[in-house]
Design a protein around this ligand. Structure first.
Ligand SMILES: Cc1ncc(C[n+]2csc(CCOP(=O)(O)OP(=O)(O)O)c2C)c(N)n1
Ligand SMILES: [Mg+2]
Length: 580
């Protein structure tokens, strides 16, 4: 603990507790009011700090770190609009259950609302988006003040890590002068060793995680249900635990169920048994006849609901019993038809059910045949190395090796990844910011995840996504891991060509209001941050471009032609199904 003055003592006790709880990263933005906490975090040896000027990017960078590591990450800014710039990432962290410790410095009460400057109402600034808000208050460095700062750190860590659902926590720190570490004699009056030092290596108050062990009853009852199902499916959406792969693959085998796996479930790709993995469900479920014949009587859902619209509507229309494995305490059930939400550990559930089922049941032949035909149809249609958005997903899938990380943007990149990315044995981690589907902050999150894990990373973004978080590229200066940013440059919002607005607005209106071509020059964007740039002429140049390391890789496509190609792919898959 730093006894220089009241503020250094309180702030360093707080940082000490965060470190003892397990915090390893903090992202700071410059400002005067936050100096005591910034210095304390910076000087806390176990906590690595990154300094990012733009608070919006800083918060998204931290979101990427926290999502990739699963450990709460602290972000700290000064008072005023700085704190408001955290809001988009706070919303995303709330919806995607990512643990963030949001620390905002504030003016003390006597300097609020009197025109003192740089003071906005920061109390409950993020509303219901946070798991816990605390106005930490003004305190002396006496026994009570120091114990309060230490206990607040422990409580904030536990709340962010999840009780049960991880997410953001907001602590607002009112700080009086001196903000600089000026020595003030006798400012630290505490005498209790617990207030002064805490418990050495251990947090002041350790909070045990909630036990998610499933009951025998849950395991027995659902296993019976699975055994009785005629046609069942496993649907796997975004979840981050690679340990779920083997148990779900085993369950699929003994149940005879296919696994409709979104890449961000970590189940589509990986070294596990992928023989029942279906990758083309988005295209298959656009076919009326297939929807009918594949209609299940039992659905087991792991992770979040996948993005695919045809899959969502198929599940919503289905009369099947749906069992949603949702350990995080959310209401992860947009179909409003689920029979049960299970608040238990997914890995334990899958392995417990598999153990009870025993022998393998017949393979889900209908799904597996359809998958083979659909993949053949896709590969035939995209046969060349021409630069297309679906083709890029095939090329990307073939390029990644074990231990790589892929962070994919909302809009068409994540949809095309779901629709077209093949299954392969690569032990790759797939991340995204799909809690609120924003196109903001993705560059920052991808760089944060790369930095925290040290894994070679590919960020896949649209051109407007890049424009939105262009400033996020500044963070690359402190990152040594290779970060390849693949920019799908269709000069505007390609996704809007798939909406009825495209047919109903005249083309000027459509382009002005939705298409929004901005002529982003990817080469100049790279030059601004002194980054290498490479423009692909053909998809066969992709592996070499990725191997070059950090830089921007430009892939030019055409929005209108892309919508036509998607329709052709759907037709091609339907024709293949008709031939089965
Ligand atoms: C912060 C935010 N603003 C606006 C939107 C609405 N929106 C969804 S997709 C999109 C266009 C994205 O364009 P681009 O990143 O180039 O991807 P493309 O659609 O071309 O694949 C917009 C503006 C959003 N999702 N998030
Ligand atoms: Mg675009």
């Amino acid at each position: 603990m730093d006894r220089t003055n009241r503020n250094t003592a309180l702030a360093s006790a707080f940082a000490e507790e965060l470190a003892r709880c397990g915090v390893r990263h903090a992202v700071l933005s410059p400002g005067s009011r936050s100096t005591p906490l910034a210095l304390a975090l910076w000087r806390q040896a176990e906590i690595e700090t990154t300094v990012i000027v733009d608070e919006r990017s800083a918060a998204f960078f931290a979101l990427g770190v926290a999502q990739a590591t699963g450990v709460p990450v602290a972000i700290l800014c000064t008072s005023g609009t700085a704190a408001a710039n955290y809001h988009p990432a706070v919303c995303e962290a709330d919806h995607s259950a990512v643990p963030l410790l949001v620390l905002t410095a504030d003016r003390p009460p006597e300097l609020r609302g009197i025109g003192a400057g740089q003071a906005i109402d920061q109390l409950k600034l993020y509303g219901e988006s946070v798991r816990w808000f605390c106005e930490v208050g003004t305190h002396d460095a006496d026994d009570g003040g120091l114990l309060h700062f230490r206990a607040t750190a422990c409580r904030a860590f536990a709340a962010a890590r999840g009780e049960t659902r991880p997410g953001p926590v907001h602590l607002n720190f009112a700080l009086r002068e001196p903000l600089a570490p000026l020595a003030v004699e006798s400012d630290v009056t505490a005498t209790d060793p617990l207030a002064l030092e805490g418990r050495g290596d251990h947090p002041l108050t350790a909070v045990t995680p909630i036990d998610m062990e499933p009951s025998q009853f849950l395991l027995d009852e659902v296993a019976k249900h699975i055994a009785e199902a005629d046609i069942g499916v496993i649907v796997a959406g975004r979840q981050l635990d690679p340990e779920l792969r083997e148990p779900v693959a085993h369950l699929a085998r003994v149940a005879g169920f296919p696994i409709l796996a979104e890449p961000t479930s970590q189940l589509r790709c990986g070294p596990h048994d992928r023989s029942y993995v279906v990758t083309t469900y988005d295209l298959l479920l656009r076919d009326e006849e297939f929807r009918e014949t594949a209609s299940p009587d039992l659905v087991l859902r792991f992770g979040e609901m996948p993005t695919s619209k045809p899959l969502r509507s198929w599940l919503a229309e289905s009369g099947a019993d749906q069992i949603v494995i949702d350990p995080l305490g959310d209401w992860n059930e947009p179909t409003r038809r689920a029979a049960a939400l299970l608040r238990a550990d997914p890995t334990e559930l899958a392995s417990g059910w598999a153990a009870r089922l025993g022998e393998d049941r017949p393979a889900p032949a209908m799904w597996l045949q359809a998958e083979r035909s659909a993949r053949e149809a896709i590969e035939t249609e995209l046969g060349s190395d021409a630069l297309t958005e679906p083709g890029l997903q095939l090329a990307l899938g073939a390029s990644w090796g074990d231990g790589e990380l892929v962070y994919t943007a909302s809009s068409m990149p994540i949809r095309d990844q779901e629709a077209f990315l093949p299954s392969n044995e690569g032990d790759t981690t797939f991340l995204c910011n799909r809690g609120t589907n924003g196109i903001d902050g993705l560059i920052s999150s991808g760089i944060g995840a790369a930095h925290a894990t040290g894994k070679p990373t590919t960020i896949v973004t649209g051109d407007l996504g890049l424009l939105h978080d262009l400033g996020g590229l500044a963070a690359l200066r402190d990152v040594s891991t290779p970060v390849r940013i693949v920019v799908i440059d269709n000069d505007g919002g390609g996704i809007f060509h798939f909406l009825p607005q495209e047919q109903t607005l005249d083309s000027d209106e459509f382009e002005t209001l939705l298409g929004t071509p901005r002529g982003v020059d990817v080469a100049k964007a790279a030059a601004l941050f002194d980054l290498p740039h490479r423009k692909l002429e053909s998809l066969n140049e992709l592996p070499e471009a990725l191997a070059t390391g950090t830089g921007l890789i430009e892939v030019k496509t055409d929005r209108k032609a892309n919508a036509v190609l998607h329709e052709q792919l759907t037709q091609r898959v339907h024709a293949a199904l008709a031939d089965l």
